[in-house]
Each structure stands twice: as C-alpha cells, then as structure tokens.
Design a protein around this ligand. Structure first.
Ligand code: NAD
Ligand code: ZN
Length: 364
C-alpha cells in the first residue's frame, strides 16, 4: 500500500493499494468520526461494490444512506445533483456529515459537486473504481456537471478529505472503459514524463491481453505502478496551481477537442476515447502549424493503435469547432490549446478562435 500526500486548500491522503474496500471504515475513521454518510454510486458500481463498502461503514458506526443513479454521462447533470441534495436534506444531514463517491469519474464529479454546495460545503471521500478515476478525476478537486450546452460547465473546486484507491476494483471493468484510463495515463506521459509514456508502451501487450482476456492479476502490479506515477504527477501539478490558472491547464491536452467529440457523439464516445482522439488531432495539427519540435502524432497514433483505440474522428472540423468554441478554455476571442513540443513536454498556446477550424482540419 502506498500513501501520497496532497497539500492544497485541504490537505489529504491518497491511499493506493489492493483489497482495501473491505476496510473502508478503517481508513475513513482516520479523517472522520462516525457520522451520517451519503454513499453516491451509479447502478453498476453499487451492484458490484456498494454492499461491501456499506457493510464496512455500518459495522463501524457510520449511518449510511445510498444515492444510486443511472450510469453514464447523461446522468452528469444538475438534476442528479439536486436529487442527491434533497435526499441528504430529507435525512437531516449536517455540516459534520460526509459524502462518499464510489465509482468512476462521473460519480466523483457529481458527488464532489454535491459536497461543495450542500450547506455551503461538506466533506467528501473519493473511492475511484475506474482506472480513469484513479489516475485522474478522483484527485485535484475539480468537481462539476454538464449543461445541455457542453461539458463540465457548472462546478466548483472542492478537494476531497481522502482518496481510497483499491486497484482490485479495475478487474471488473470492460476493456473499453479500462482504455479510457489508458488515454489519461498516456496524456501524463505526453505532457510531462516520457518514461511513463514508454512504460505504457513497453507493457502495452501484457496490459491489453490481461485486461481483455484475463487473468487480470498478471498486470495489476504494472497498473498499480502506473496509478502511483500518474497520481504523483497530478498531485505535483495541482499543488502548484490548484485553481487551474497556469500549469494545471497542461492536463487539458487533447481535452478541448476530446470534449467536442464526446458532445457531438451525444456521449456515446466516452471521455477517455474522446481525449485519445483529441491528443492525436492536436499533435498532428500542431506539427502542421510548425508549433512542435517533432511530429508527435506518429508515436501517439502507434501507442493508441497498440491498445486498440479507434483512430478516426467521426466528426468534421466544422462540427468539432462549433462545440469547442463553447469550451471553458475559451476566453473572449481566444482559446488556449495544449501543444506537444515533443513526447514528454507540452506547452500552452493561446490562439485566435478564427484559427480553430483550420487547426482542427489539419489534425483530421
Ligand atoms: N474532475 C476531474 O478532474 C476529471 C478528470 C477526468 C475526467 N473527468 C470526468 O470523468 C468522467 C469519466 O469518468 P469514467 O470514465 O470513470 O466514467 P464513469 O464514471 O461513467 O465510469 C465508466 C463506466 O464504468 C462503470 N464502472 C465503474 N467502475 C466499475 C468497476 N469497477 N467495474 C465495472 N464497471 C465499472 C460505470 O458504471 C460506468 O458505466 C467524465 O465525465 C469526465 O469529464 C473528471
Ligand atoms: Zn480527462
């Protein structure tokens, strides 16, 4: 088991290990007295892990009420958050009570946002159960939901009090959902750490075979190592720029276009798959525009192809541009892109929005 400390507007620990869920209460007791807990989860995750977590908590004196929503990005909206808030109010939750997010990034974003606004803010704990949530969304305190107009347009910075990451939960992920996390892990490698990018490529076949056909155990050590490395990178970045005004924006590599792909597909293309394509498009376009030292698109394409990602955008540059212009990263008439200089180093580049369509077109 590994513990990684985060020092931000709230200090907290990220515990990474195996077989941790059965002892959920033990870890939570280190940061909270027994209290009321709203356990937020989607239907799939609750069916798999809800009882185990609930049983551990109730056995230690926590009073649990569960809020279960229908899985998928379509549930990541204000209506779901407001139903969770109503449930807590009906059950007389107070400021000393707790929300637990048990699930993937969607659960974490919904639960974290609910925690940030309920009674002007209560504590919450992240228990990520997807590879993507473990390497990315469960840490750093970005919470929020989608509006009809676009992704993550409503939200708050609200840090968890603890992140409890049990890597054994990834064994029940479908390969496609597992891949979403691979995209974010490759992203960290591309923006800041060439050796992480290489590590993923080096073990790609093993990860591919064991997560597609099992036995999962043969790749868990590699995956746990990747989680630790990604979490450390994100922790370092968040500690330098919690509010996303500078270096943290590098974590958005592939995201402006990725979000547009998700939205254009009505969310049938998931976040990580959108980001994967987004990184490839940006890499190709950046080289065409003379902004990269080398053409990174070849290596990114090769890496994505090895893992079995689809490599073609089903959408035109016009369709993607129209949605991307509603992105949070737009300020007035400009938008900030994350551009790869080479694998292991990205930088921020502000461009005029009038360039975006041509830029994307060059990446397709
Ligand atoms: N807040 C942040 O910093 C941040 C960062 C990255 C992504 N995100 C957000 O995260 C979301 C994507 O997260 P995600 O990919 O985890 O999606 P998700 O939460 O929808 O999980 C994906 C699917 O996997 C299922 N699932 C979860 N854990 C499982 C398990 N252990 N076994 C079997 N099935 C399981 C879920 O039911 C769901 O159907 C997007 O909305 C994205 O915008 C947020
Ligand atoms: Zn992401």
């Amino acid at each position: 088991m590994e513990k990684i400390q985060v020092k931000a507007s709230r200090n907290y620990e990220i515990i990474i290990g195996r077989n941790l869920l059965k002892d959920t209460a033990k870890y939570i007791s280190q940061v909270m007295e027994p209290c009321k807990v709203c356990l937020i989860s989607d239907d799939t995750v609750y069916r798999l892990y809800g009882e185990e977590v609930k049983n551990s908590l109730t056995a230690s004196g926590f009073e649990v009420c569960s809020f279960i929503f229908e899985k998928g990005e379509k549930s990541k909206n204000i209506k779901t958050v407001s139903s969770a808030l109503e449930l807590m109010a009906e059950n007389n939750f107070t400021r000393s009570d707790l929300i637990i997010a048990l699930g993937g990034g969607i659960t974490g974003d919904i639960a974290g946002f609910a925690a940030s606004v309920f009674l002007r803010g209560i504590q919450f704990v992240q228990i990520p159960t997807t590879f993507l949530a473990a390497v990315d969304s469960s840490i750093g305190g970005k919470t929020g939901v989608n509006l009809e107009s676009g992704k993550n347009l409503v939200g708050a910075f609200w840090q968890p009090s603890l992140v409890l990451c049990d890597c054994d939960t990834f064994s029940t992920l479908s390969y496609d959902i597992f891949l979403d996390g691979i995209a974010e892990a490759l992203k960290y490698g591309a923006i800041i750490d060439r050796s992480l990018f290489d590590l993923l490529i080096q073990h790609g076949d093993k990860i591919f075979t064991s997560s597609k056909q099992g036995p999962w155990d043969t790749c868990t050590d590699i995956i746990t190592e990747v989680v630790k490395q990604c979490v450390s990178i994100k922790r370092d970045i968040v500690m330098k720029d919690e509010r996303d005004t500078g270096i943290r924006q590098l974590l958005n590599f592939g995201h402006t276009i990725g979000h547009a792909i998700e939205k254009c597909s009505k969310y049938s293309i998931t976040h990580g798959h959108g980001v994967a394509l987004g990184m490839l498009i940006v890499a190709k376009a950046s080289y065409a525009f003379g902004w990269s030292e080398v053409d990174c698109s070849g290596e990114i394409k090769q890496a994505l192809d090895n893992f079995g990602f689809p490599l073609n955008s089903p959408f035109s540059s016009e369709e993607l541009t129209a949605v991307a212009l509603k992105d949070k990263k737009r300020t007035g008439e400009s938008i900030t892109l994350v551009v790869p200089a080479h694998i292991g180093h990205c930088y921020l580049k502000k461009i005029d929005i009038s360039l975006l369509n041509t830029f994307i077109n060059n990446g397709l």
